[in-house]
Design a protein around this ligand. Structure first.
Ligand code: SF4
Ligand code: SF4
Length: 128
């Protein structure tokens, strides 16, 4: 009998918390049924504003893990490659670019079992 009374007392004590759960907004999302929205400060992808890039090589030079590669044929013809599996998403390339061409945003890269898929051509300009 004492045990039942103890359980009842605990239940009454917790009742306000239990009822508030039914009337409050969910803190979690039903992932993957619902899309996951990352915070605006999350940095998961390297992007490029193609028309701004002049192929100056500053982002490649400053990348601490050599995740960027510039293949330059001439001043007008070049491509910029991003190796996603090396990138640490540190944002240094964005800081180094004086032309507001390369930037990071709050999307993320798709996973893959094939390493080839992580080599992404960010930009191709001119005749290559
Ligand atoms: S993205 Fe910016 S820093 Fe990198 S090559 Fe283009 S202009 Fe230069
Ligand atoms: S975010 Fe950092 S690691 Fe990734 S490409 Fe830019 S500089 Fe390199």
């Amino acid at each position: 009998m004492k045990k039942i009374l103890n359980h009842l007392r605990t239940f009454i004590y917790l009742l306000p918390n239990i009822t508030s759960v039914f009337f409050s907004k969910a803190e979690t999302i039903k992932y993957p049924q619902e899309p996951s929205n990352y915070s605006s400060g999350f940095r998961g992808s390297v992007r490029i504003n193609q028309q701004n890039c002049v192929g100056c090589n500053a982002c490649v030079r400053d990348c601490p893990v050599s995740a960027l590669q510039l293949i330059k044929v001439s001043k007008e013809s070049f491509s910029l490659i991003h190796q996603q599996d090396l990138c640490t998403y540190c944002g240094q390339c964005q800081l180094s670019c004086k032309f507001n061409a390369i930037y990071l945003d709050n999307t993320y890269n798709q996973p893959s079992a094939d390493r080839k898929n992580f080599r992404v051509v960010l930009l191709k300009k001119g005749k290559l």
